[in-house]
Design a binder for this molecule. Structure first.
Ligand SMILES: [Zn+2]
Ligand SMILES: [Zn+2]
Length: 111
């Protein structure tokens, strides 16, 4: 498939032997295709940058898709992109990265 022997962990610079990097963190399964990152670094990132789901209170690890809720005070709240947590009226989603949204996409509202 892709040249996995050329992959370098973006955090520590060591070789990453396989992608996606898989980690199970607090009951969440995380697969990271991009960026290339080694498992120990991914674990550290999860500890540092995980956020709490505004709906279920569970952990949202970095490098996963999130639903974004706009709170009235202009703040954003984040929820899992799962059928349990993602409400049908929610029009935003993004890709949670290192403590910030990496992509911010508004879904066209279909009425
Ligand atoms: Zn690393
Ligand atoms: Zn949730």
């Amino acid at each position: 498939m892709n040249q996995s022997n050329n992959l370098i962990c973006m955090e520590c610079g060591k070789k990453v032997t396989s992608v996606p990097t898989f980690l199970e963190y607090k009951g969440q399964e995380i697969f990271v295709f991009n960026p290339a990152i080694c498992k120990p670094c991914l674990e550290k990132l999860c500890e540092s940058y995980s956020i709490e789901c505004a709906n279920c209170g569970g952990t949202i690890p970095p490098y996963s898709h999130v639903g974004i809720l706009k709170a009235e005070n202009g703040q954003s709240q984040y929820i899992h992109m799962t059928t349990q947590c993602n409400t049908p009226g929610n029009a935003f989603y993004g890709y949670w990265g290192k403590g910030t949204i990496r992509e911010f996409i508004q879904i066209e509202a279909c009425s």
